[in-house]
Design a protein around this ligand. Structure first.
Ligand SMILES: CC(C)(COP(=O)(O)OP(=O)(O)OC[C@H]1O[C@@H](n2cnc3c(N)ncnc32)[C@H](O)[C@@H]1OP(=O)(O)O)[C@@H](O)C(=O)NCCC(=O)NCCS
Length: 149
């Protein structure tokens, strides 16, 4: 099985990224009233790495890595395609993202976990840590977590 975390570069990649986010993350159930912005400045910021999880040539998941001035890297907008969840792909994405963060020279990865995703991150070895309460992340009910890389 081939699996890789690929940087978003082409129009086709961007389309796949937006589709995954819109169908998994920016749903009415998860974020009522929020309209997904495909041209958000946090995405166009070249310091932020947009990534697709590619399995057997098909995009199956995505995330974005945002380095901070203090050396931490924030893992944002993690999604696995709805019909492919709970088959181990989230673990693959997490492992490959941590490899990348290690290669960036960061000592620690951090994130804002949606309340219903905390159990997933705990299974992957993340622990609860308030790393920056001014970073809103996934919303008021999100849980700040970290993992040494
Ligand atoms: C959360 C998400 C990324 C996990 O990816 P996944 O491919 O479904 O997870 P995996 O199949 O790799 O699961 C790894 C382990 O975590 C567990 N797990 C997965 N999702 C879980 C959840 N929401 N709560 C608790 N445990 C979870 C699995 O049971 C598995 O445990 P096991 O190894 O003991 O069997 C994915 O389900 C998803 O995209 N969810 C919707 C969006 C979301 O919540 N994104 C995160 C926002 S911060």
């Amino acid at each position: 099985m081939s699996i890789e975390l690929k940087e978003v570069t082409t129009e086709v990649d961007w389309e796949a990224l937006h589709t995954l986010r819109e169908t998994v993350l920016f749903t009415e159930a998860r974020h009522p009233g929020v309209v997904y912005d495909p041209a958000h400045p946090h995405d166009t910021n070249p310091a932020h790495t947009k990534l697709l999880l590619i399995k057997e040539g098909e995009p199956v998941g995505c995330t974005r890595l945002d380095p901070r001035p203090d050396g931490l890297v924030v893992v944002r907008l993690v999604a696995i395609a709805n019909h492919l969840q709970r088959q181990g792909l989230g673990r693959d994405l997490e492992r490959l993202a941590l490899d990348r963060i290690r290669a960036m020279g960061s000592p620690k990865a951090v994130l804002n976990a949606a309340a219903d995703a905390v159990g997933f991150y705990e299974k992957c070895g993340w622990t609860r840590e308030d790393w920056d309460l001014t970073d809103g992340g996934a919303g008021a009910t999100s849980v700040q977590m970290s993992k040494a890389v």
